[in-house]
Design a protein around this ligand. Structure first.
Ligand code: IMO
Ligand code: MG
Length: 409
């Protein structure tokens, strides 16, 4: 057997999301390094702001390559697809005005659909919890849709495009299943079914649903450069993240394989996008969070407000202890460091280098949710550079202390 061509790069967020993945993806596309961008997990809970050709796009479900006429875009089987969101995002970003856009996108027929019942359940589940236990999800129905997938009563895109009576039965069973748990759920099944029927016709006439596994295999054989665009962030991974304050998919490198049907041996590079400090939206552990003037400065200077939900992001110092775990799990071959200039004005900087629990150093992040609150962070202090780096384009031109900060990482 001949060795497979290795032309797959996985790009993922190294923290709790919002690392600036969109910017790096845009850079790679701009430098003609990408033929295919593919989403492998998550749904419209993600939020990528991409600025290209002087235009600002906000993408949640669409792969970022939609902005480039040179790129083909894949929504893989591991993604959960909200069709209302899909079509409105295309309109909102004026993608449908680009001639031939529909020839540059394929949605996996195996991807699972997000219905309004999932979105409602997302809210209800959260409402049941006390403030401290709330995950603070994006309320896009992501968790409940993955739950349906695992419960094995989920519904795939292919089901929608098949016999509509059969689809209707499945759909009704799914709604009833959730109604038995949450009797106050209010779904107008007839109007949603009518809307879904329209979506089905549109998908069929556009011809944009297909066998993405086959497509990816052909693309690899043809030597195309493939960029798998991770959503959310490594610390939000359902297995390796700060469980249960996580999203419901594998946001780490393995998710690229399962979510697109790619063999692990096809992955050549894994780029971790890492912000120069740490942010998080929603609740959950954040040992280096700065609930003080430092955190406020980071939030203000870094304009840390969520793209998807408009929430202010929590801010704190860079956590190298967690980053080390991220590097191990994902086999990072490169780190793209973002928003370094936000630190320009700081006198000194701190980075977390270790965690202690009950006086003992930990080898890795705690597995028990309750332990996170007891964690004691060990910091290393580094001098700031107090110079603007906003216009610096070369590593050599950065101030010495700034280079030291990078090297330290
Ligand atoms: P991007 O791609 C930041 C967080 C939510 C919540 C938790 C679970 O923009 O980096 P979910 O709706 O996924 O069930 O919510 O995960 N979360 C993100 N935070 N950026 C994201 O994506 C996120 N996707 C999910 O805030 O705490
Ligand atoms: Mg985001």
């Amino acid at each position: 057997m001949s060795a497979s061509k290795s032309n797959v790069t996985v790009l993922l967020g190294g923290q709790w999301g919002d690392e600036g993945k969109g910017k790096i993806i845009d850079f790679l596309i701009d430098h003609n390094q990408v033929d295919v961008t593919a989403r492998c997990q998550g749904g419209n809970n993600a939020g990528h702001t991409v600025i290209a050709n002087g235009k600002k796009y906000d993408f949640h479900l669409l792969p970022s390559g939609m902005i480039s006429e040179k790129c083909f875009n894949v929504i893989g089987n591991g993604v959960v697809v909200n069709l209302d969101a899909f079509f409105s995002e295309l309109e909102h970003n004026r993608i449908t005005e680009i001639p031939g856009w529909e020839k540059r996108i394929m949605i996996s027929e195996m991807a699972h659909l997000v219905f309004s019942v999932h979105m409602q359940v997302d809210g209800r589940q959260e409402a049941k919890l006390d403030t401290k236990s709330k995950i603070g999800t994006t309320n896009r129905g992501i968790g409940p849709t993955y739950s349906s997938k695992c419960f094995r009563n989920g519904i795939r895109v292919a089901d929608l495009l098949g016999d509509f009576d059969d689809f209707t039965n499945r759909y009704k069973n799914l709604v009833e299943h959730y109604r038995s748990q949450f009797p106050t759920i209010d779904v107008d099944m007839d109007s949603e079914l009518a809307q879904l029927k329209q979506h089905a016709e549109k998908l069929r006439s556009l011809g944009i649903v297909g066998d993405t596994v086959e497509f990816m295999d052909e693309a690899r054989k043809a030597g195309k450069s493939i960029l798998v665009e991770g959503a959310n962030g490594a610390l939000l991974d359902i297995d390796s993240g700060t469980y249960p304050y996580v999203t419901s998919s594998n946001t780490t490198a393995g998710g690229a394989c399962t979510g697109l049907g790619l063999p692990p041996s096809s992955v050549k590079d894994v780029i971790g996008v890492v912000k120069a400090y740490q942010t998080r939206v929603g609740t959950g552990p954040f040992p280096t969070e700065q609930l003080n003037a430092i955190g406020e400065d980071l939030q203000r200077i870094g304009q840390e407000v969520g793209v998807t939900t408009g929430r202010k992001r929590r801010c704190g110092w860079l956590d190298l202890f967690l980053l080390k775990r991220t590097a191990i799990i994902n086999g990072l071959t490169a780190i793209a460091f973002t928003k370094l200039d936000i630190l320009d004005g700081f006198e000194e900087l701190q980075v977390a280098v270790g965690y202690k629990l009950n006086g003992k150093s930990l080898s890795g992040p705690p597995a028990r949710a309750a332990d996170w609150e007891q964690v004691e962070v060990e910091y290393r202090t580094l001098p700031g550079w107090k110079t603007s780096t906003a216009d610096v384009r070369k590593y050599e031109d950065l101030p010495e202390n700034c280079r030291n900060y990078i090297n330290d990482i």
